[in-house]
Design a protein around this ligand. Structure first.
Ligand code: GAR
Length: 227
């Protein structure tokens, strides 16, 4: 049974956390359980969802941490120690986590941190992605939540979507596990488009976690192979 830590923030509503909890209940995720939900903000709604489901929670506010004279490096080390020693985590899932995690953190969990990104990403550092219909669009990197969705609308992309990938020290360039394309409609606003993207996220994130928990993801030359 893999021990999963889910990291969230207060930017979303914790809907992806809810999708993971539900997939575990329905046994769509087998061989995995959430051992802790961590937020960098105490008002993240996902914390309440976790508590309702009797999942332990931790709040690690970076600003508070800095007020005590500590550095970002120390924060990442503390988080790494907490998740490895106290919670003995096997998999870290960033389900709406807004802080970029440094190498100091990643070294605790090599190839064990997966991120959900509200845009389509290619493997590696290419700056475009080839869609399923052969068309190419720019990769949306470094933007969070609404801003990433707005970018796709502003740049008149025909399609956007969401990606689940392993993280590496290079932001939004890690090996892709799953992605889902979502068509952009002529009258779409951020709200309507993001709603459809989230519906897809609620499928691909639990699916990727299930693959991980059942040892079905292999990394070869920085690419994910699903076995
Ligand atoms: C998700 O849409 C996820 O892709 C995004 O935060 C949202 C959390 O929503 N992640 C990022 O922007 C990280 N770059 P939720 O709280 O409803 O699950």
């Amino acid at each position: 049974m893999k021990r999963i830590a889910v990291l969230i923030s207060n930017k979303g509503t914790g809907s992806n956390l809810a999708a993971i909890i539900s997939a575990i209940e329905k046994k769509k995720i087998k061989n995995g359980r959430i051992v802790v939900v961590v937020s960098n903000k105490s008002d993240a709604f996902g914390l309440q969802r976790a508590q309702k489901n009797k999942i332990p929670t931790e709040v690690l506010d970076l600003e508070e941490y800095r007020k005590c004279g500590k550095t970002r490096r120390e924060y990442d080390l503390f988080l790494g120690e907490l998740l490895s020693k106290k919670y003995k985590s096997d998999l870290i899932v960033l389900a709406g986590w807004m802080l970029i995690l440094s190498e100091q953190f990643i070294k605790y969990f090599p190839n064990k941190v997966i991120n959900l990104h509200p845009g389509l990403l290619p493997d590696g550092k290419k700056n475009f992605i080839k869609l399923s219909n052969g068309m190419k669009i720019d990769a949306i990197r470094g933007l969070h939540t609404n801003a990433a969705v707005q970018y796709a609308i502003d740049h008149k992309f025909p399609v956007t979507g969401s990606t689940v990938h392993f993280i590496t020290p290079l932001v939004d360039q890690g090996p892709v596990i799953l992605r889902s394309e979502v068509k952009i409609l002529a009258d779409d606003k951020v709200g309507s488009l993001y709603e459809r993207i989230k519906k897809e996220e609620h499928k691909i994130l639990p699916m990727a976690i299930n693959l991980y928990c059942n040892n079905r993801l292999i990394l070869k030359e920085n690419k994910v192979i699903i076995i």
